[in-house]
Design a protein around this ligand. Sequence first.
Ligand SMILES: Cc1ncc(COP(=O)(O)O)c(C=O)c1O
Length: 463
Amino acid sequence: MDGTFKDNDISHIVEADRAHVWHHLSQHKPYETTDPRIFVEGKGMRIWDQKGKEHIDAVAGGVWTVNVGYGRESIADVVREQLVKLNFFGGSAGSIPGAIFSEMLISKMPGMSRVYYCSSGSEANEKAFKMVRQIAVKRFGGKKHKILYRDRDYHGSTIACMGAGGQYERNAHYGPFPDGFVSVPHCLEYRKHEQAGAPDENYGVWAANEIEKVILREGPETIGALCLEPVTAGGGVITPPDGYWERIREICDQYEILLHIDEVVCGVGRTGTWFGYQHFGIKPDMVSMAKGVASGYAAISCLVTTETVFDMFKDDASDPLNYFRDISTFGGCTAGPAAAIENMKIIERENLLENTIAMGDYMLDQLNALSDKHAVIGQARGKGLFLGAELVEDRASKTPMSEKMVGAVVADCMQQGVIIGATNRSVPGKNNTLCFSPALIATKDDIDQIIGAVDGALGRVFG
Ligand SMILES: Cc1ncc(COP(=O)(O)O)c(C=O)c1O
């Protein structure tokens, strides 16, 4: 084996994979009798596996990542050029692509000012948590150190991120988690009948006020930050109800709580604005982002803060501990910002934000049309090209469809060469949402193909 893929050595690749690769989120027992799936090539919206089977990818690399589509030579070219010039230096020094991308990024985020580079979404969130803790020590005698997270949100796979994770099935068996993370209720209006006291009107403001109740219970003087996804991803593609975000910002201002928005999925175009929070006209204090920043062409994540947050780490230079004493080795890889610059240029050059809005509206309409035909769709929802269809046993009771049946729909689509996603092993008893996040280049024809496959799958699985 020399690492090059040739048609005639695929059996060696499959055997090497079966023998040595530990796949993410996977039970490996079935691979004792079936071949693991290996993808070998991608172009645009399409991807081919080891058997040469073509698939249309409706989930952008499985996990909402390849926003500009596969096979982008212009990104490969700029990354190559940068790597041969200078591949790496630790992040205590700057780099040319790092400086340029920070300027481009901040130009899309009015009110924000500083970019901290790292290499995964979990890591960017960890940086935010550390900043909150350090600010607590510096300004509040350590007291204002708690971090609020929301039921059904996810912030990453590390132990602290799981401590801040509201998907309790995902967290199971990995505790104990660190202290100081406190849950607040979710804002899924479709399931408000499960939340005591939820009103028929103004649910969004009510759901935000439920967070205020937690703040008052814990003591505002103990809460440093509120960490939320703009649109909850793996917890069920939850679009926030009207009035929610505006009230959240007011609450954070009132109690001097930093608002940390986790844009790891929504960031850089997924919902049709550069960032998900920009739909709601609010200003965060910290924003983490990862997946779509370079569409998976290089590993890069960023934690972006306001100048006010940044200033707290430089105001007293005589104190040897008064700066952010943190490093991310691979935050110094120049491939990340080099790829991110070209990724952003592609989104601008090809008007992909506009396409995302137009195609997102079209796809949501098509999902709604499917729900007229298939009673199993309880609700279709989402923003831009980030969409979900929650499946239920019956619409009146909204009893969630079992994860097994939802999985059968995903498997049927895969059989048809259409890759869709579903919430899985996340929220106990509520892993019942089909997920769609095609690349931002998707056309009507692509969407018709995806919807057609889902239509056929729902018909076959549920009759
Ligand atoms: C909202 C959100 N935050 C954070 C993460 C963690 O990102 P990573 O897997 O890059 O650590 C994810 C991953 O799916 C995510 O969906």
